[in-house]
Design a protein around this ligand. Structure first.
Ligand code: PEP
Ligand code: MG
Length: 291
């Protein structure tokens, strides 16, 4: 099959022997939604929320966040939108968070570690997401998970937010709750983690960094940063098998998801969803249809 990518709009992501896979898109702000729609993605597999928090002097309000999430969710018109909670740390500056300089920001006070500590900040974001979840098909995803304990703490806070919104008479939806598998620890205990959540999404950018002990931002290490390393593929396979064993779905939202040299491998593993930059959706669809 040698077709123009534009001719693949509206077509299924299906292999020649009938295996279907979801192809979603990653976005970093509501401005990216046009490209998601243009490229016929099946949904948004990773909505990075950092843009709301960066380059300003105070945290974004619930209303401001709600307005962004609402716009994206409504424009996706019933297609799934997976919003990732704040994934910020000492490398991405937000003065109002009062983060100190760190020698190893990638291993530091970041992402869910900040959210579990600054509960008000976390709850404000969750309130905005829960409100948006009433308007479409929303999932919530938590970054940088390393333990079951963290997930249990998150779920207690999520329940508090839901109860408070309901008590206030606010309409909420029933979003799926998922976690990113982007630390080796999370992949290794994915059997236990799968019992706590509705889905996994593998973050291969950080999973590669932490598994190979290679700073993903250090250009001098580019030749060693190898996401095709057997160890990475073994961890992805482990997360995939443990997800399915426990009846939940699993996707990949790191850069590797769009690497068509591995599409066959991911389909063979049984990965349910691949989320890539909007401009890669159709080339990935083509790769799937050629399997
Ligand atoms: C990842 O780590 O693979 C990922 C998708 O998240 P980010 O690139 O935002 O860290
Ligand atoms: Mg990451």
């Amino acid at each position: 099959e040698n077709v123009l990518l534009s001719e693949l709009k509206g077509k299924e992501n299906v292999t020649r022997d009938g295996r279907k896979i979801e192809i979603f898109a990653n976005i970093g702000s509501e401005n990216d939604v046009d490209r998601v729609i243009e490229n016929d993605a099946g949904g948004i597999g990773l909505f990075r929320s950092e843009f709301l928090y960066l380059g300003r002097s105070e945290a974004p309000s619930e209303e401001e966040q709600f307005a962004s999430y609402k716009e994206v969710v409504e424009r996706l018109d019933g297609k799934k939108v997976i919003i990732r909670t704040l994934d910020i740390g000492a490398d991405k500056k937000a003065s109002y968070l009062g983060l100190s300089e760190e020698d190893n920001p990638a291993l530091g006070y970041r992402a869910i570690r900040i959210c579990l500590n600054k509960k008000d900040l976390f709850k404000t974001q969750l309130r905005a997401i829960f409100r948006a979840s009433a308007l479409g098909n929303v999932g919530i995803m938590f970054p940088m998970i390393t333990s079951v304990e963290e997930v249990k703490r998150i779920k207690i806070i999520v329940d508090e937010v839901k109860e408070e919104l309901i008590a206030q008479g606010v309409t909420i939806g029933n979003p799926e709750l998922g976690i990113m598998i982007e630390t080796p620890a999370a992949a290794l205990i994915s059997d236990e983690l799968a019992k706590e959540v509705d889905f996994f999404s593998v973050g291969t950018n950080d999973l590669t960094q932490y598994t190979l002990a290679i700073d993903r931002q250090n250009e001098n290490l580019a030749e060693f940063y190898n996401p095709h390393h057997k160890a990475i593929l073994m961890l992805i396979k482990m997360a995939c098998d443990n997800a399915h064993k426990n009846g939940i779905w699993v996707g990949i939202c790191g850069e590797l998801a769009g690497d068509t040299a591995l599409t066959r491998t991911f389909v063979d593993m049984g990965i349910d969803e691949l989320s890539v930059s909007p401009t890669k959706v159709l080339s990935l669809r083509k790769a799937v249809r050629n399997i």
